[in-house]
Structures are given as structure tokens and as C-alpha cells.
Ligand binder design. Structure first.
Ligand code: BDP
Length: 708
């Protein structure tokens, strides 16, 4: 038997074993499947510092992909992979120093270079951070069959801080978490260390995430006790080699609760001193500690307003404590009160007057929309408007309002729509991304956060496809100009298969999945019509006497015989005025308001004519039905994919799609049956009839019997 035949047999055996072995999703997109030789670079050796984490990670992956390790070599011949900083003599010779410096500590060059007969693939950076990201870039190219011998890649991240927010409680539960208990096993730390911590670090580093807030924004003061800080230190030590900094959410009342001080007033010198000492204590344990995340005076959390002080007073006090150590404060703008003012206006009303009053190491963390991670919202009007203060977008990776981990919803499309929204606040093309990444407004630091969807489930995120959202979040924080499609493409290839017959339909499915969910849940700008407490299913009717109005669906949809939607025009709450011109005018006019946001900004009559000629009521019916039909198509597409993947993941996704399909019908029926009780003049909705027969239904009387 020739050498070639033996390796072919080995390859086939490996592939067969790979297919038989359990695929529980635990390896995420870092599966490094055994590759066919034709897909691999013809590296003859590797050169770099053995202690380099980038080199180690590359070797590890290479071994998985080839079954062999790469030879370390001092004397490059053939095709050498060269990984190094400017301390490496060869790198100094082959790479322009200036060019490298311009890319900063996290940027890198990934390049193919010929030197006489010798070929090099180079990963160069001024720091180890860049080498690590470069190594993962090269691995991604190999895994997705995109490696070639003419690479000319220079990269640097768009945001400085690319951070996950865990809403994980110290008792192991996760607020709005749908993938099991928290991965942080506080009860076992610091003695026992879960192997998952390191896997978590690798996964994050591979997509460019460089920070993590370990605990819930609804923060227990205990996190700042000696015990918990020692536990946090252990996690920080594990994440550090992967260039991930640890941050903590803090409770504003900590000085009072832990320090025995009578209050936590930010202007009280004893309180200020308590925070300074706490900061020193933290930095003794975690020298590169990132800083604090704070939810203050929001949903019952304590804050500076408890003492008649402002958000700026509170944030600046913490910023002063962290400043000597290089830490930052991420102060959240998610604030609203049960006042008469439209909830969507409140963050802007509270924070705009404070613009310019925050310390340089404070970043205001603003949710993408003005209300709360709804399936679709316009961007928060703080973006673009607040110019003297650094603002960081907060996205929600966990699907609190998008079907938990039961629904397949790829969120990169939603995030792209948000990041590319033009605020017009600094002329045309002042997109949200450009107003926050340092392009248009310069601040000492730029940042972006995502609420994590990670838990102890074997597949980390509950749904195999929810991993794509973790992945996409990282990729977009690194480069928000990447198309959602390209990110999906990479993820599918690395997570499942490179086969085009699989990649193309699944990519299509992912790209339409967010719009489908908007359709079957809350089309045309409807929002917050969930069951008020768990946020899973529809309850547009939910009205609890005595409860806060701004937690209840009727506050948001305002359905009546006259019409439906929240009037935020100049004759309504006037939220439109918080947007820069010409958006304010555009949103204000029912004829120029984007139809996707119609009911966000307008209370429109049921008979309102849509651009396609349908009435609003008809369009609502069609949208809900479209959503249902789309999910049914997803099911069919997925069923056709059976031959391309392992049984375990196939079945898992298949059963989740079944739930999603059932839920989509539930949403459609609940919302349409409820709304039509108001829309009497319009065509009735009949639960038994497909909506596309709507035209014929004009004469048929509503029959609610089936629903009861
Ligand atoms: C809401 C969640 C709640 C969070 C809050 C927040 O329902 O659990 O605590 O946001 O962001 O979406 O603080």
C-alpha cells in the first residue's frame, strides 16, 4: 500500500469517527475538523516564541486539523508560518515597523511573503494580543476553505472594549438566561476550577471579545466582599492569557451595606474613601481589572438619586476611585419610572442634560433601542445626540424577547440595522456605529457590550443556532462593517460543514430568521406585547389593575376601535423630537415614517392605507401569517439537511423548530384574535382559515369558539 492510500484510509477513518462521535455542540465553532490535505496550507514549519499563546493555540488547532504538529524551526525553509512581534528578527525584516505600530496592540498583519525560494505566512503585531487574533484569523481561513498563498490582510478592531455582560447571579441562576445555570461556579471557586473557563476564554478570544462582566447588573453587594473578589481573581487569571479583562457589576449601596457607613451618598467623603479603598483592594488581586458596570436608579436599584445627586455625581465618584488604576465605569442609561412621560423618552430626558459632565473614564452604556431589547426598535435617540460623552451600545445576545433558546433567530441582521442607522446628528452618514466607535466623536475609550447567552448547557447557548449570535456579536464588535451574511457563512462552515448545499440554504434561513420572528411576534413597530413577567408568549390583553402601566402591553399597543400604536408624534408624546433632523420630521409624518416602525411612532387607524394598498389591519394579518409561513419553510429546509450533519444536532434543531413553529401560530392567533375585537370595521380574522384567503373572508363572521 502506498503512503497516499494509507493516509486516505486514515482520513476516512477519522471522518467516520468524527461523524459517529457525539456532537453535543460543546466545541462551538472551534471544531477544527480533520481537513482534507488540499484545504490545508503546505506549512513545513512554524517559528515564534514557544511561550506565545497565539503559537500554542495555532499548534493545538493544527494538530486537530491534520493529526500532526508543525515543526518548530529556527532556519526557515520551504513554507514557514511566522508568528511574532517586532522582537523577532525576521518580522523586523519582513514587516514595516510604522505600519505595524499604526495598528495598535490588538491589530495585526497576516500576509504571504516570498523571500528568494522561501515562502512565509506571517502573523505580526506589536503585542501578543494582536498575534492571538491573527492566529485565529488564519485558522478561520483554513476552516472555511478560504486560505490562499496571496494573503494581504491588515486588521485592527473598531471598538477598544468588546465586552460580554453576564446577567449571572451569585447563586448560580442567570437572569434572562436560557442555557442552564451560570458557567461561573461561585460555590466551588476559588478551589475548584471548571475546565469550561478556559474554553470560554478561547471562544471569546477567537472572535475578538476582550472583556467580560462576570455578574448581573442587578448586582448583589456580595460581589465586592473579600471572598468573592478572591473567586473573581481566579477567573481573571484564567482569562488573562487570552487577553480578556474581568469587570464587575456593582451595587451602588455597597458602602452602606458592606462598609457600615450610614449612607452611600456619592458626595460623602467617607463613601468616596470606601470606594477608593475597595478599588485598591481589587487591583491588588487583579492588577489588570477592567472596571465597574453600574445599573443605578433603575428598576428598584439604588443610585445617586436616592441622595438627590445626579447620575454624573455617582459615575464620577466611581471613576475617580478607578482612575489611578486605569479602570473605567460603564454607567447604564437604562432608566425609566412610572411617570406620565413616555418610557421611550426617559433615558434621553435624564441623560442629555448631563452631557459633558462625566469624567473621561466614564462610558454611558445605552441599549440599542429606547425601550428594552424589543424584537425591533428604532435606535435610542441618545446615539448621535450625546456628543461630549463616550456612549457604548448595549445589545442583547440572550433572546429575552425573541423566543428564549427555543427560537432560531440570527441577530446579526438586527444589530447591523441598528449599527448602520443614520442618526444624522453630525451630518448625513453619522451612523450609530460611527458615533460610538471613535470615527465621528473622539473620546479616550470606545466600547460595545452584549448581554451573554451562555450557560452550563452542553452546547453553551441552549439552541445550537444561538451560538451564532455569540459568534456574530464578537465579529461585529471587531468589525461592524462585516456583512451579516459573511459572518453567518463563516459560522456555518466552522460549526457544521463547508458543503455548499448545506451552507447556502442555511445561510438564507439564518438571514431571514430575525424578520420572520418580528413578523410573527410584533410586526410594523408593535412592541412589548408579551406576558409581562416572563417575556415569552403573547399577552396583548394583559392588564393588571394596580400594576405599573409601563410594564403592561396595552400601554404600548393602545389598541382601540380607533386604531392601534403608540402616538409618539408632536401631537402625542413627542418622542420624535428627540431625534435629529430630518429623522424627527420623517418619523413624525405617517406617510414618511418607515412602515417597519409605523406603530412605534403612530397610533394609526385600522383603515390606514399601507404603501402596498392594503389596510393596516390586513397588513397586520399578512405579516403575522408571513411569519408563520417562514418558520414552516425553515422546518422544511432543515429537514432536507439531515444527510449533511450528525444526528444529535440535527434532531435537536429539528425539535426546537417544531416549538418555534407552534409558538409562531400561538403569537399569530393570540394577537390577531385580540386585536380584531377592536378592528370591527375590518376584515375578520378566522383562526381556521389561512390568511392568504383573507380577501374571501370579507363576509365571514368572526367565530371565536375555536380559540376557547
Ligand atoms: C430587562 C430585563 C431585566 C433586566 C433589565 C436591565 O427584563 O431582567 O434587569 O432589562 O437591563 O430587559 O437592567
Amino acid at each position: 500500500m502506498g503512503k497516499k492510500t494509507v493516509s486516505l484510509i486514515m482520513l476516512l477513518c477519522f471522518t467516520a469517527i468524527g461523524q459517529l462521535s457525539a456532537e453535543d455542540g460543546s466545541r462551538l465553532w472551534l471544531r477544527f475538523q480533520l481537513q482534507e490535505k488540499t484545504n490545508l496550507p503546505d506549512f513545513s514549519g512554524i517559528q515564534g516564541e514557544l511561550s506565545s499563546i497565539a503559537l500554542q493555540e495555532f499548534q493545538l488547532a493544527w494538530e486537530e486539523m491534520t493529526g500532526n504538529s508543525l515543526l518548530e524551526t529556527d532556519k526557515p525553509t520551504g513554507h514557514t508560518l511566522l508568528i511574532g512581534t517586532l522582537e523577532n528578527r525576521l518580522i523586523r525584516r519582513l514587516v514595516d515597523r510604522e505600519e505595524l505600530h499604526e495598528l495598535g496592540p490588538e491589530g495585526y498583519i497576516l500576509r504571504s511573503v516570498m523571500q528568494g525560494k522561501d515562502r512565509f505566512t506571517i502573523i505580526a503585531s506589536t503585542k501578543e494580543n494582536g498575534l492571538l487574533y491573527g492566529a485565529y484569523h488564519l485558522l478561520r481561513l483554513i476552516q472555511t476553505n478560504k486560505y490562499n498563498d496571496t494573503l494581504r490582510i491588515t486588521e485592527r478592531p473598531r471598538y477598544d472594549i468588546r465586552i460580554l455582560n453576564h446577567w449571572d447571579n451569585l447563586n448560580g441562576t442567570v437572569e434572562r438566561g436560557y442555557a442552564g445555570y451560570s458557567i461561573w461556579q461561585w460555590d466551588q471557586l476559588p478551589e475548584q476550577i471548571s475546565p469550561r473557563y478556559r474554553e470560554y476564554a478561547r471562544a471569546n478570544a477567537s472572535v475578538g471579545i476582550n472583556g467580560t462582566v462576570l455578574n448581573n447588573v442587578n448586582a448583589s453587594p456580595d460581589i465586592l466582599t473579600d471572598d468573592y473578589l478572591k473567586k473573581a481573581k481566579v477567573i481573571a487569571d484564567i482569562l488573562r492569557p487570552y487577553k480578556i479583562k474581568v469587570y464587575l457589576s456593582v451595587n451602588f449601596s455597597s458602602p452602606k451595606i458592606l462598609g457600615g457607613i450610614p449612607d452611600s451618598d456619592p458626595l460623602n467623603p467617607r463613601v468616596r474613601q470606601w470606594w477608593q479603598e475597595k478599588a485598591r483592594e481589587i487591583y491588588r488581586l487583579i492588577p489588570d481589572f477592567g472596571g465597574f458596570l453600574v445599573k443605578a436608579n433603575s428598576e428598584g436599584q439604588p443610585g445617586p438619586q436616592d441622595y438627590g445627586r445626579t447620575h454624573a455625581d455617582g459615575a464620577n465618584m466611581l471613576a475617580d476611585a478607578l482612575q489611578p488604576h486605569g479602570g473605567i465605569v460603564m454607567w447604564r442609561a437604562f432608566v425609566y419610572n412610572p411617570t406620565e412621560e413616555d418610557r421611550a423618552k426617559q433615558a434621553y430626558s435624564e441623560f442629555m442634560p448631563l452631557d459633558g459632565q462625566f469624567r473621561k473614564n466614564v462610558v454611558i452604556q445605552v441599549k440599542n433601542g429606547p425601550v428594552d431589547f424589543q424584537p425591533r426598535e428604532p435606535f435610542s435617540p441618545l446615539f448621535g445626540s450625546m456628543k461630549q460623552t463616550a456612549l457604548m451600545p448595549e445589545l442583547q445576545i440572550t433572546q429575552e424577547y425573541l423566543g428564549f433558546s427555543n427560537h432560531l433567530v440570527y441577530l446579526a441582521t438586527q444589530w447591523k440595522e441598528f449599527l448602520e442607522s443614520d442618526t444624522h446628528c453630525n451630518g448625513d452618514h453619522s451612523t450609530v456605529a460611527k458615533t460610538t466607535d471613535g470615527t465621528l466623536y473622539q473620546h479616550p475609550v470606545s466600547a460595545i457590550a452584549g448581554v451573554a447567552n451562555i450557560g452550563q448547557d452542553a452546547n453553551w447557548c441552549g439552541h445550537h443556532f444561538a451560538q451564532a449570535n455569540w459568534y456574530a456579536f464578537g465579529r461585529l464588535t471587531w468589525d461592524h462593517t462585516l456583512p451579516a451574511e459573511e459572518i453567518a457563512d463563516e459560522w456555518i462552515r466552522m460549526t457544521f460543514s463547508n458543503r455548499d448545499d448545506f451552507v447556502a440554504p442555511i445561510k438564507q434561513l439564518m438571514l431571514s430568521s430575525w424578520e420572520a420572528a418580528v413578523n410573527y411576534m410584533m410586526p410594523l413597530g408593535l412592541h412589548h406585547i408579551f406576558a409581562w413577567n416572563h417575556h415569552y408568549g403573547p399577552e396583548p390583553w394583559c392588564d393588571i389593575p394596580g400594576a405599573r402601566r409601563d410594564w403592561l402591553p396595552p400601554y404600548y399597543h393602545n389598541a382601540s376601535e380607533k386604531g392601534i400604536g403608540f402616538d409618539r408624534t408632536t401631537t402625542g408624546s413627542n418622542a420624535v423630537s428627540q431625534y435629529c433632523s430630518p429623522l424627527n420630521g420623517q418619523f413624525n409624518d405617517v406617510n414618511s415614517c418607515p412602515e417597519e416602525l409605523l406603530l412605534w411612532f403612530h397610533h394609526a387607524p385600522w383603515s390606514h392605507r399601507m404603501q402596498n394598498g392594503r389596510t393596516l389591519w390586513e397588513e397586520l394579518c399578512y405579516r403575522y401569517d408571513d411569519g408563520v409561513q417562514q418558520v414552516r419553510e425553515f422546518q422544511k429546509t432543515w429537514d432536507r439537511m439531515e444527510p449533511y450533519l450528525d444526528r444529535e444536532r440535527f434532531r435537536h434543531v429539528q425539535s426546537r423548530l417544531r416549538i418555534q413553529s407552534r409558538d409562531a401560530v400561538w403569537w399569530k392567533d393570540a394577537c390577531l384574535l385580540y386585536f380584531q375585537t377592536f378592528s370591527r370595521m375590518s376584515i375578520p380574522y378566522d383562526i381556521e382559515r389561512p390568511i392568504h384567503e383573507l380577501e374571501e373572508l370579507k363576509q365571514i363572521k368572526l367565530d371565536l369558539k375555536h380559540h376557547n
